[in-house]
Design a protein around this ligand. Structure first.
Ligand code: BTN
Length: 247
């Protein structure tokens, strides 16, 4: 995949801009980057605080050819790429919290949001990635659960170097996903990098209930298997998963 970079000083959301460009026919690899977002969003309609130069905020247009049932694996693919970039550039030891949050020392350093649209060219995805470079203007309640490259390394990271390494890794693993047996390979790479893959005690908030149990691997499409304390296997397609701290 070749990337074409479209830069903004300020934009509402790079995902919105990427979706708009995809509808206008943008090809795979268009990468929308902004120094700040005025309406940055996270999953479930949450706000993604996007102060100028405090994070790397970007969205890539993808036009995947994989079977629809495997589409959720795209965010897992992105998480693998972010993991590797943070390890390679800064020597960090990240973890992937299912499905696609990147944590360092049990605090969130990166979030991923994939959104879909239809255009004449078929289905397109805006794959949005936000990495905390520094925690400027984060509210105190977020400081407890969020971290940044600066906080973890005591160095101010270079956003362009990070973008370059990240897109390189993304291209690499996206091509793995498109290979024969790509889905299986991605699940295996994800499993190697995530402590959430198996035998982790978790609490899962679903729409109508909260369950606790132990993780038991991934389904074919990346959904998480959780064995409840009652011994039943639940398949989590979407939901907030939290580690249960042992007391
Ligand atoms: C999450 O953890 O809930 C996902 C956060 C995704 C944030 C990124 S920043 C770049 C892109 N543009 C957005 O509005 N959101 C994503």
């Amino acid at each position: 995949m070749k990337f074409t970079i479209l830069r903004f000083d300020s934009v509402g959301s790079t995902n919105t801009e990427a979706l708009k460009q995809a509808k206008l026919g943008a090809g795979e690899g268009l990468c929308v980057v902004a120094r700040r977002q005025t309406a940055g969003r996270g999953r479930y309609g949450r706000v993604w605080i996007s102060e100028p130069d405090a994070g790397l905020y970007f969205s890539v247009v993808l036009r995947p050819k994989i079977a629809n049932r495997f589409l959720p694996l795209i965010t897992l693919t992105a998480a693998i790429a972010v993991y590797d970039a943070l390890a390679e550039l800064y020597g960090l030891k990240p973890d992937i919290k299912w499905a696609n949050d990147i944590h360092v020392n049990d605090k969130k350093i990166c979030g991923i949001l994939a959104e879909m649209t239809e255009s004449d060219g078929g289905l397109a995805i805006a794959l949005g990635i936000g990495v905390n470079l520094k925690l400027s203007n984060f509210p105190p309640e977020l400081i407890e659960t969020a971290t940044s490259i600066e906080a973890e390394t005591n160095r101010t990271p270079d956003a362009d170097a990070l973008l370059q390494t990240l897109t390189r890794r993304l291209a690499e693993y996206y091509s793995v996903l498109n290979d024969e047996n790509g889905a299986e390979k991605i699940r295996r790479e994800w499993a190697r990098r995530s402590s959430y893959f198996a035998d982790k005690s978790v609490k899962v908030k679903l729409e109508n209930e909260t369950i606790t149990g132990t993780t038991r691997g991934l389904e074919e499409n990346g959904a998480l298997r959780v064995e409840t304390d009652g011994g039943e296997i639940k398949i989590i397609q979407a939901g907030d998963v939290e580690m249960l701290r042992k007391v």
